[in-house]
Write a protein that binds this ligand. Structure first.
Ligand SMILES: Cc1cc2nc3c(=O)[nH]c(=O)nc-3n(C[C@H](O)[C@H](O)[C@H](O)COP(=O)(O)OP(=O)(O)OC[C@H]3O[C@@H](n4cnc5c(N)ncnc54)[C@H](O)[C@@H]3O)c2cc1C
Length: 292
């Protein structure tokens, strides 16, 4: 199928992009990598009158060391994130996640800003920003604001962005030294969207769980944090029984959909298996990295 007709505007600044969105009065769409937008247009799921192409805006594609944070430009391609030495060194769990995002051809075009704004419930980057407590910098013609990842994802393909907003950058706090981490995903074929996925970061504080973060996706309309399981683990010494209790809490907290790819029960079972593997692996890494 071909897309419906639209006006095409290639802009060369963020001001011009948000100005064009404001002028379109809710009927404009940014095009970044086009990997999700073009299928939506071709299937006539979207009919914007204006496409605002941001690919020529300078200084929107970068990964920078910003003290205790990594700052990522919205137009950063998945491949650039996947191969960034800074990300590999400071955010190894994100580096691992990027190996699972789509196929190379899509990673060469797709952008972090596009993936977060599209908000597919089975996409890796939304879950990773939620896991890592990232903030999104957003611009519109009326100003700028910051939205925490925990407030950004509202539903499947639905975010806190207004129609004339543009994501310009993402700030991700670096992982403290000796943080254990793990990323576990199951998809039918390499590069497919996940059936379910869990990522964990945790610290070892005097042989007890320190801060624990558990992110999940594929089991709800948005990526989720397993807050109850996080609270169960924090401050407790590691034991198999404690991990089992956390897994039970995770399974009880999700209501996955049944769809063509998997049943609700299968996804609930799977997320528990993945969480168990991820917690154990992250704990082992935290122990290896600790001075104890
Ligand atoms: C076959 C296939 C397999 C895929 N598999 C995976 C996978 O396994 N995991 C995964 O995570 N993704 C997967 N994807 C999606 C891919 O990662 C896309 O690149 C990504 O979801 C969208 O990024 P984009 O830059 O292409 O955005 P676009 O398609 O250009 O835009 C997507 C949406 O975001 C909006 N947008 C884009 N940039 C901005 C911005 N800066 N500010 C505000 N709004 C913006 C657009 O208006 C549009 O609504 C797959 C895609 C395909 C086609």
């Amino acid at each position: 199928m071909k897309p419906p007709p639209f006006e095409y505007l290639a802009v060369d600044s963020v001001d011009a992009a948000v100005g064009a969105l404001a002028e379109a009065g809710g009927d404009g769409k940014i095009i970044a990598g086009g990997q999700s937008l073009l299928p939506m247009l071709n299937f006539r799921l979207l009919r914007p009158s204006v496409l605002v192409d941001i690919n020529r805006v300078p200084d929107l594609a970068y990964v920078r060391d910003d003290g205790d944070r990594i700052r990522i430009g919205a137009l950063t391609r998945h491949y650039m994130l996947q191969t960034s030495e800074l990300v590999a060194a400071q955010l190894p769990v994100l580096h691992e996640a990027m190996q699972h995002v789509a196929h190379l051809a899509i990673r060469n075009r797709g952008t972090i800003g596009g993936s977060l704004s599209h908000a597919d419930p089975a996409a890796e980057l939304p879950m990773m920003t939620l896991l890592l407590d990232a903030n999104l910098d957003v611009r519109s013609a009326s100003g700028r604001r910051t939205i925490g990842a925990q407030d950004f994802f509202l539903g499947a393909l639905s975010t806190a962005l207004e129609e004339d907003d543009m994501v310009v950058a993402i700030d991700v706090p670096k992982l403290p030294a000796r943080t254990g981490w793990a990323f576990e995903e199951v998809s039918r074929r390499s590069g497919d969207f996940a059936l379910a996925c869990v990522a964990v970061t945790l610290s070892n504080r005097e042989d007890k769980f320190g801060r624990v973060r558990i992110g999940m996706m594929g089991v709800g309309e948005t990526p989720m944090r397993a807050s109850e399981a996080e609270a169960l683990l924090e401050g407790q010494p590691y034991s198999d029984g404690l991990v089992d209790a956390a897994i039970n809490a995770i399974r009880a907290s999700v209501e996955p959909n049944t769809d063509l790819h998997a049943s609700s029960d299968y996804r609930r079972h799977l997320v528990g298996i993945l969480a168990e593997r991820a917690i154990r692996k992250a704990w082992t890494r935290a122990m290896e990295g600790s001075d104890a």
